[in-house]
Ligand binder design. Structure first.
Ligand code: PA5
Length: 453
């Protein structure tokens, strides 16, 4: 994997203030941020860097049992509790997995939203007696996940009875706290742990991502080896060797020196589109604090060239782009040489679709560079478990470092918590009555301006 950043430097772009010298001088700030992060890790406050080295025996064992014993696997969770597993599913299995009779394991579904149609349809599609429901919630209190859990449990108990239902539900939650942990203790539900010092969006390499990965039959060892390899690189103190330094520094410098407050991740492979969703959450929820942070946007090439690129090239100069560039695709398709007499068709003949896609990436990056829009290119030889492990760790490290550069805590999410509390109040949760009242008062104000048709 390589991260090429010449087109994010003044030397490559031919304009802007972010030169190689500015970047190199910034090493001092990166060194300080790295020191702070390592200190937090040494004091046990931050745990995501330890995940590649943990004992995964019980997780893999449970994963194997579920893979052998069930026809369907439903992950109930939201945000950091679902996006990592979904990213792995889409990157390494893809949209045809559930309909493939030779897939060798259960079908895979994610019940993240509280969209009634989505939940109802997943429950209709998965025959309860043959389904494992995995409820992932670190806090054990997130309204969406708890609502979907309660609905599922009732359906399951009605179908298979109380005792059997407890054999088909697995929790992944805090080792001590929260309603799920209490239920595991009181009613014998099986439960795996989210380490207390690992936040949801940094938890993909814990049971949160690894159990679904094992159920899907993915190579968990290679995933963790990739993450460990990336961590080695991300511990070095040089822009020559540390990809997290490069990503964090260039985003921060372009934001603070050039006003580039939007970070676009544009995946030139549909299988990596969900990685861009994962990145979007990580970057937004970790860094969007105290008036700081960049707005992350997900885009998919070449589709979004016909939707977004006009804006990126010609709109406000407020973006820095990251291209995800895959060298070798798992499948390739040749474009036939038909209609040699028609120039608008004949030039395509003999090329592959992968070749076309990657030339579109080059064309887009070049056009953006001509317009002074900086970009980084993450080149991935092929999408596999090891590469996914590297990607997760590099971006987690870059995010954690960026938090320290901005002077904010990248590991909390006070803005999310407030919305959660207001919803608890609206839904009548005890102890949150004032929050409910406050939310209703604010909501009334929408009527101050209104138009009807
Ligand atoms: O990254 C985070 O902390 C959040 O996105 C959480 O993962 C999300 O809010 C779900 O929380 P929980 O796992 O407690 O249900």
């Amino acid at each position: 994997m390589r991260i090429s950043y010449g087109l994010a430097l003044q030397e490559g772009l031919g304009q802007g203030r972010v030169s190689r010298k500015v970047l190199e001088d910034f090493s001092y700030q990166l060194e300080k941020a790295q020191g702070r992060l390592e200190d937090l890790r040494a004091r046990g406050k931050v745990g995501f860097m330890d995940l590649p080295f943990k004992d995964t025996g019980p997780i893999l064992e449970m994963g194997k049992k579920i893979r052998r014993g069930f026809q369907h696997f439903v992950l109930i969770g939201i945000g950091g509790s679902s996006l990592g597993a979904e990213t792995l599913f889409h990157a390494l299995k893809g949209p045809l997995y559930n309909s493939n009779p030779h897939r060798g394991g259960p079908t895979f579904h994610v019940m993240d939203n509280v969209d009634p149609v989505k939940t109802a349809e997943i429950l209709e599609e998965t025959n309860s007696a043959k389904t494992c429901f995995c409820v992932v919630s670190k806090s054990g209190s997130t309204a969406e996940s708890m609502a979907n859990f309660l609905i599922t449990l009732e359906v399951l108990e009605a179908a298979v009875g109380r005792d059997q239902a407890r054999k088909q539900v697995v929790f992944i939650t805090d080792p001590e706290k929260g309603a799920l942990r209490e239920l595991a203790r009181e009613e014998g539900f099986q439960a795996l742990e989210v380490p207390p010092n690992v936040g949801g969006r940094f938890s993909v390499l814990s049971a949160v991502g690894l159990l679904p990965a094992a159920v899907l039959g993915l190579d968990v060892k290679a995933l963790l080896a990739g993450a460990a390899r990336a961590l080695e690189a991300c511990k070095t103190r040089s822009l020559e060797t540390n990809p997290a330094w490069v990503i964090a520094a260039l985003h921060y410098l372009h934001h603070t020196l050039e006003g580039r407050s939007i970070s676009v991740m544009m995946a030139y492979h549909e299988r990596l589109a969900t990685f861009a969703d994962w990145y979007r959450q990580l970057w937004a929820e970790s860094l969007g604090k105290e008036g700081q942070g960049q707005t992350p946007i997900k885009a998919v090439g070449a589709v979004d060239q016909h939707s977004q690129i006009q804006l990126y090239n010609d709109g406000p100069k407020d973006k820095i782009i990251t291209f995800l560039h895959v060298e070798e695709f798992a499948k390739e398709v040749e474009i036939p040489s038909l209609y040699p007499e028609k120039p608008s068709l004949s030039y395509l003949g003999g090329h592959t679709l992968g070749g076309l896609l990657n030339n579109e990436l080059i064309g887009t990056a070049a056009a953006l560079a001509k317009n002074g829009v900086p970009s980084l290119v993450v080149t991935i030889p092929q999408v596999n478990e090891e590469v996914m492990g590297k990607l997760f760790m590099v971006y987690e490290m870059a995010t954690a470092l960026s938090g320290h550069l901005y002077g904010i805590n990248p590991f909390d999410q006070p803005g999310v918590e407030e919305g959660k509390k207001l919803t608890y109040g609206l839904m009548g949760r005890q102890g949150f009555e004032d929050k409910g009242k406050e939310a209703r008062e604010i909501w009334k104000k929408r009527k101050a301006g209104e138009v009807a048709l």
